[in-house]
Design a protein around this ligand. Sequence first.
Ligand SMILES: Cc1cc2nc3c(=O)[nH]c(=O)nc-3n(C[C@H](O)[C@H](O)[C@H](O)COP(=O)(O)O)c2cc1C
Length: 266
Amino acid sequence: MALITIDRKKCKKDGICAAECPFSLIELSDADGFPEIRPAAARLCIQCGHCVAVCPHDALSLASISPDGFQAIGNGSPPTLKKTGQLLTTRRSIRTYQRQTIPRDHIAQLLDLCRWAPSAKNEQPVNWLVMENPQAVHHLAGLVVDWLRTGTAYPGIVSAWDQGKDMVLRGAPHLLVAYAREDSLKPEVDCTIALTYFDLAAASCGIGTCWAGILMAAVAAGHPPLFEALALPVGHRFYGAMIFGYPRFPYFKVPARKEARIIWRS
Ligand SMILES: Cc1cc2nc3c(=O)[nH]c(=O)nc-3n(C[C@H](O)[C@H](O)[C@H](O)COP(=O)(O)O)c2cc1C
């Protein structure tokens, strides 16, 4: 089956598919004006689906994505800038959590949305590890504290742990780890963006999150017990993590942030 098929009965030769293809793999024929797929497409097409999704006449199909894989946008408009702004400014890093865990299907719903995060060359390399057991999250925090004890950074976090307070993973019921094959194109960037999608999707439905920076530092330092506990599949690497759960306290104000620093060039 051809990589991209053009239905000549529907095609209006408007050239939109050609204009939108990221690698200019579609060109309009000089002879009859219909789109043609360049031979290089076999090598360079990244299966982004833009040619199909942008055609107003439903004239294209991709061998790699079934027609059911394209959801109609219809009249559904994106949220207003005001609504989006509300989400972006009211999202907070949450450090105190209810004990209650979040149902798996709710977490899955949020992770499902993260599939639409951009990724280098549309590789979609992100995989997830979801820790559902609060005791296992606590155990990981303890391993990070063991690592902290080997150095001099964050003595306060170690002494807090010894007094029963977890300042590493904050007593959160869940931990989300983004991991990817290490031979992906930009795995760290892709995982970071996907985690940020999760962060925002979670905030939109009252779930609190916080980047697990100290855990990330311990993994980057190569603390072996952490690798054993995380047990990621061979050939894959850890690229970021976030704690999450239902927040204990609501926030009433949006804290000020630095002004945007911009160089305008005209
Ligand atoms: C890469 C990264 C690592 C972070 N690590 C931690 C962490 O280990 N512990 C923590 O309490 N907060 C951590 N944070 C949260 C930041 O402290 C927080 O984003 C910042 O204070 C701004 O607060 P806000 O997110 O509520 O706007 C981290 C944030 C990022 C982006």
